[in-house]
Design a protein around this ligand. Structure first.
Ligand SMILES: NC(=O)C1=CN([C@@H]2O[C@H](COP(=O)(O)OP(=O)(O)OC[C@H]3O[C@@H](n4cnc5c(N)ncnc54)[C@H](O)[C@@H]3O)[C@@H](O)[C@H]2O)C=CC1
Ligand SMILES: O=C(O)[C@H]1O[C@H](OP(=O)(O)OP(=O)(O)OC[C@H]2O[C@@H](n3ccc(=O)[nH]c3=O)[C@H](O)[C@@H]2O)[C@H](O)[C@@H](O)[C@@H]1O
Length: 480
């Protein structure tokens, strides 16, 4: 029986391995992690991450050919194929701080593999890493090899949170990069056979190692660039009376451009887009490619601009001050259908409003109060590190309350900010909400989920990203 071990039981390791176990009953899959609470959660009824469809798969396979364990060394030493799916956040200190990928977790996993292995291994980079990382990993492994042969493959993951299971079941492509030697090709073939259990062969792409590593960074950069492009246009729409939904629809009808991923928003979030672009920028700079680095930096600058612009719009619309005013924050996760808050635009928006002395009442369907308080009191980039490795002291943010109901959050509020596109926010009883708010009642939709006209009829002053402005807002232009 082929044995797979995955180091890192996170948003990628957990769902990816669960799907391999489901689709390949003859393969034994062990997912290991240094975090005992995380592994305990994977072995319980309350999984550590919220992902539609995941519970059922884990229940079906757990204890049969899918195991979650803290016995990292045991499972690594027994495995034929080792996936490394540890976090690769942005460095917060030292050389390259604020840009370069922090490979501490990766390096320690590689050293451990070298220490405990007693047989030949295929080591698969599942984490997103800087291009040429495989070379460094090879050096760590072979330097301590004791005669054991290692083949390194790059097999980046393209799933998106909230749709991870769908994406894994039916991926646009699976990418495998390997050495162009007979041993490298054999390893590539072995991994290909795992995916071939359910992925059509023409969707499994094989390349050299560096192309695979770079393709992952490039894909995320292109995706994020699309959002910054539509968000940049949203600002121009507001200035001119054009409607971003109509513009995006018209632009996306061009088959060369396509309709997906053109939703204007308060800004993109998530643990990867920003960190991967910063990483790309750093690699370009290290290679002397200043213009290329500056080109990609702009994607992040526009994203920051979009978040600032939103905060400024809120404050300027409300007579240029939100001091002491209750603002309801609907949604804190970085997108719907996940409880993940890493790099969520809600952090920056909330901090901006708190900076202007607002009182925030936050409601999200999946994010816990503890997580929200952590996020609001942590330094930038620290929130990308696993929770058990984060600083523990939570500075109390007394201007923030966290509630479990949208009606409670909005009661007595001066304004509402919608920061995550949860479906629930489309169908709230806005008349009831309006009646219980201070007047004038403002609603700032950072995700374009509400029916603007209907809300204006109720009496709200509505701002919706990239949509023609309310007469009220026209008179109070936001300074970016
Ligand atoms: N979150 C996502 O949707 C996607 C993430 N990625 C990439 O996948 C990688 C992992 O991301 P996530 O799963 O989101 O991270 P995560 O933080 O949820 O999970 C990483 C896990 O690795 C564990 N870990 C760290 N060092 C370890 C070690 N030495 N031994 C054993 N366990 C260790 C941590 O305890 C943590 O549970 C990152 O490189 C990310 O860029 C790629 C595609 C999608
Ligand atoms: O490397 C990764 O981590 C993953 O990053 C993204 O996945 P994810 O961040 O989970 O979610 P997305 O759906 O890409 O959304 C990212 C952010 O962009 C925002 N977004 C997305 C689409 C859009 O049209 N507009 C928009 O503002 C979302 O609200 C969210 O804040 C990519 O889509 C995945 O392919 C990739 O594997």
């Amino acid at each position: 029986m082929v044995k797979i071990c995955c180091i890192g039981a996170g948003y990628v390791g957990g769902p990816t391995m669960a799907v391999i176990a489901l689709k390949c009953p003859a393969i034994e899959v062990a997912v290991v992690d240094i975090s005992a609470p995380r592994i305990a959660a994977w072995n319980s009824d309350q999984l550590p991450i919220y992902e539609p469809g995941l519970d059922e798969i884990v229940k079906q396979c757990r204890g049969k050919n899918l195991f979650f364990s803290t016995a990292v060394e045991k499972h690594v030493s027994e495995a034929d194929i080792i996936f490394v799916s540890v976090n690769t956040p942005t460095k917060t200190q030292g050389l390259g701080a604020g840009k370069a990928a922090d490979l501490t977790y990766w390096e320690s996993a590689a050293r451990m593999i070298a220490d405990v292995s007693k047989s030949n291994k295929i080591v698969v980079e599942k984490s997103t890493v800087p291009v040429k990382t495989a070379e460094a990993i090879e050096k760590i492994l072979t330097h301590n090899s004791k005669g054991i042969k290692y083949q390194i493959l790059s097999n980046p993951e393209f799933l998106a949170e909230g749709t991870a299971i769908e994406d894994l079941f039916s991926p646009d492509r699976v990418l495998i990069g390997g050495r162009e030697t007979p041993d490298g090709q054999k390893a590539t073939q072995a991994l290909k056979e795992v995916y071939a259990h359910w992925v059509p062969e023409d969707r499994i792409i094989t390349t050299n190692l560096w192309s695979a590593e770079l393709s992952k960074l490039a894909a995320n950069a292109f995706l994020a660039q699309r959002i910054s492009s539509v968000n940049a246009m949203s600002a121009l729409c507001e200035a001119t009376g054009a409607n971003i939904s109509e513009v995006a629809h018209a632009v996306g009808k061009d088959t060369r451009i396509g309709p997906k991923f053109l939703n204007a928003s308060v800004g993109f979030g998530g643990s990867c887009f920003q960190k991967d672009i910063l990483n790309l920028v750093y690699i370009c700079e290290c290679n002397g490619l200043t213009e290329v680095a500056n080109y990609w930096k702009q994607v992040i600058k526009v994203n920051d601009y979009q978040k600032n612009r939103f905060v400024n719009r809120v404050v300027s619309s409300m007579f240029n001050t939100v001091s002491g005013k209750k603002i309801a924050i609907l949604g804190f996760a970085f997108k719907k259908d996940t409880g993940d808050t890493r790099e969520t635009p809600a952090i920056d928006v909330c901090r901006g409003l708190l900076g202007d002395k607002a009182q925030l009442s936050i409601y999200d369907l999946q994010v816990t109060e503890d997580q929200i308080r952590r996020d609001l009191s942590m330094k930038k980039f620290d929130w990308d590190h696993p929770i058990h490795l984060q600083p523990m002291s939570l500075a109390a943010v007394k201007e923030v309350s966290v509630v479990w109901d949208a009606y409670e959050a909005t009661k007595g509020a001066h304004g509402i900010c919608i920061l995550t596109e949860w479906d629930e926010f489309k169908t709230l009883d806005y008349k009831k909400i309006f009646d219980n708010m201070q007047k004038p009642a403002f609603l700032f939709d950072g995700r374009n989920v509400v029916d603007v006209e209907k809300l204006r009829e109720i009496g709200f002053i509505v701002y919706s990203i990239g949509k023609p402005l309310d007469a009220w807002l026209k008179d109070m232009p936001a300074m970016a």
